[in-house]
Design a protein around this ligand. Structure first.
Ligand code: HEC
Length: 388
């Protein structure tokens, strides 16, 4: 099917396969037991959702070879995601093609290994904004569980993250297993966690889940990865809030949002002083997040709220130590303070952070939706440009 679309695209110049609508619901399979071995037991009955991940580059390293590798274009990265749950547990299986099995050996800091992470917001449901998908944001912490291809499973980690670079390690409550199928050149990673514990309560009919994959073969690590947009796990045994389903589903599955052409005109006049995207590259790097691939890893509802109420979800700078104020006073370690122009929020009168992005609340709703429709087109799984 995908090949057929690609062929058609090649012949008629139509949109490539990944520009098509992406289903956003992962149907959970209820079972007595959640298997920790991939593709066994209830996993074989669960229906996979194919998810496309988009590259995000937040860190440039000093090493030219590493940077060159990071710019290497691989094919689109897609993963098949399955969910199995029981009365007490929730399991996620992520499977993806990978021609090279990059395992960490010893010092993880010097090495690049294949890795996969899932995340869940600590708060979700009607009245809660979806967090920034890249590890939460100042007001919306997420629980991140990461496993790395390593001979020693103790390198797997769990964090509560409240924005990029703000991680608090927590005790692991998730069983993890990463298995490389050398014949199929495919990874299967299984996560099995409690449905409910003091970090998370997933006993709801619809649960947002984030997904990131690192390809060690092109030197991805940390902020350099491929990111999927929030996908939503449907747990049929738990109560579904139809309003929340409608809220997160806006603009998904090919639902029309607005006119991207009109949105493009607005974006190219109102947003380019701060953001880089598509052929608009005048904003200083780091003054605001780059919107390269934003349409790939951000859902429409998040984009709509980002434009109308930027202070609801405030990103932490993705690369805060890039710009220093050399006229400022050094700290006891000799480091200069970060340059104020490159911070993305300021403390408000009530102590809450305020985004430096002006709210575009004055824009008519149609214009906002046209903008969102345009932002959703800014995506290409082969794009390796920065997001910082
Ligand atoms: C004065 C600078 C400025 C302008 C103008 C501006 N933004 Fe922003 N924008 C920011 C900053 C700083 C952030 C990061 C802080 C935050 O999360 O609000 C941001 C964040 C965002 C995000 C979230 C990015 C992500 O990776 O999740 C989106 C989407 C966005 N802006 C869209 C727009 C659009 C669309 C426009 C034009 C209508 C616009 N911005 C105009 C400064 C700006």
């Amino acid at each position: 099917m995908i090949r057929a679309i690609c062929l058609l695209a090649a012949v008629f110049g139509a949109a490539p396969a990944w520009a098509e609508a992406a289903p956003h619901i992962i149907e959970g399979e209820f079972a007595a037991k959640v298997p920790t071995e991939p593709e066994t037991g209830a996993w074989t009955k669960a229906t996979p959702l194919t998810v496309t991940l988009y590259r995000q580059r937040t860190v440039r390293l000093r090493d030219k070879d590493v940077n060159h590798k990071l710019d290497t274009e691989l094919g689109p990265r897609t993963a098949a995601v399955k969910v199995v749950y029981s009365k007490k547990q929730l399991g996620v299986q992520v499977s993806w093609d990978d021609a090279t099995q990059d395992q960490l050996e010893h010092a993880y800091h010097d090495a690049f290994g294949d890795a996969v992470a899932i995340e869940f917001p600590q708060k979700y449901g009607m009245g809660e904004s979806l967090p920034y998908v890249g590890m939460g944001d100042i007001d919306h912490p997420v629980v991140v569980t990461i496993q790395r291809a390593h001979k020693d499973a103790s390198h797997n980690r769990q964090f509560v993250a409240a924005g990029f670079g703000s991680l608090t390690a927590i005790e692991r409550d998730t069983e993890m297993k990463m298995t490389y199928d050398a014949a199929a050149k495919r990874w299967h990673a299984v996560f099995v966690r409690p449905l409910k514990d003091h970090n998370l309560d997933l006993t709801h009919g619809l649960v947002p889940m984030g997904l990131a994959i690192w390809e060690g073969g092109v030197h991805e690590r940390g902020g350099n990865k491929a990111l999927a947009p929030w996908r939503f796990i449907r747990l049929g045994k738990h109560k579904l809030d139809p309003d929340y389903l409608a809220y997160v589903s806006w603009g998904e599955d090919g639902q029309p949002i607005g006119d991207p052409k009109k949105g493009e005109t607005i974006a190219k006049t109102q947003c380019i002083a701060c953001h880089r995207f598509a052929d608009q590259q005048v904003a200083p790097v780091g003054i605001a997040p780059g919107l390269e691939n934003i349409g790939g890893y951000a859902v429409a509802r998040y984009l709509q709220e980002s434009v109308q109420e930027p202070s609801k979800v405030i990103l932490r700078p993705l690369n805060p130590n890039r710009h220093y104020d050399k006229s400022g006073k050094r700290d006891p370690h000799g480091a200069y303070p970060n340059a104020v122009a490159y911070t993305w929020s300021v403390p408000g009168a009530d102590g809450k952070h305020m985004s430096k992005m002006p709210p575009f609340a004055h824009l008519p709703a149609d214009d906002v939706n046209n903008l969102v429709a345009y932002l959703k087109t800014i995506k290409d799984p082969l794009n390796t440009k920065g997001a910082q």
